[in-house]
Design a protein around this ligand. Sequence first.
Ligand code: SAM
Length: 254
Amino acid sequence: MRIDVITIFPEYLAPLELSLIGKARRDGLVDLRIHQLRDFTHDRHRTVDDTPLGGGAGMVMKPEPWAEAFAAVLADGRAALGEDASPLVIFPNPAGEPFAQATAQDWSTRPWLVFACGRYEGIDERVYEHLADAGIEVALASLGDYVLNGGEVAVLAITEAVVRLVPGVVGNAASLVEESHSDGLLEYPLYTRPAAWTGPDGTVREVPEVLLSGNHARIAAWRAEQSLARTAERRPDLISCREGAQQHGAGDAP
Ligand code: SAM
């Protein structure tokens, strides 16, 4: 998989050199390149923003550097991946579609993602139109219903969620299957040794007996029950969503 990130703060993305994502890059599973948007300006101050037309607070990112940056990244990517290659261009945006595990699953199968990090009040609207007119697939992705200062933190989160699903990145692929949100539910409670733990207050806390039983069917049933109960308690919205999807799926069956 190839990932390009365009930003005015390349340093913000340094964590992508660490841990599993860093290893995936070193192992050649992900070719991740970071580009400085200011390299595509032509004035002494390397200006990427201007005041909003129509008035209002803050600054808006100018279209020209973005168009040049996309042209350069597209040319570079196509030289590496083939002239017919076309990326999915993702704009982190609080007004975008909520980013979820299903989105991560989908994007982890894409050969090429390009992230465009907005700053200030955001990017001139014509940049999105320009890409769409050029036949480039564009997605606006929101990390949640709150406003960050820029797209970089969203790129860190989205890249981590996507890249860990690329085959070979997480050593034990089975660990991806039972995670929260993989089947629409939250994960069951986790325990490790010691089976009886004496906390700093002197209280002895024991793990549920079933986990020491060695009976895999009982353990699986207990975990499924816990997963459902936890989701119902903490995220009832996920249960209704899942029931809706199941009913819809049943109705659609031939
Ligand atoms: N004026 C914009 C609005 O009201 O929708 C907010 C701009 S925000 C200060 C600057 C940049 O941060 C955005 O262009 C986007 O790239 C990023 N950003 C902010 N909140 C985000 C969120 N919840 N999810 C994804 N990206 C976000």
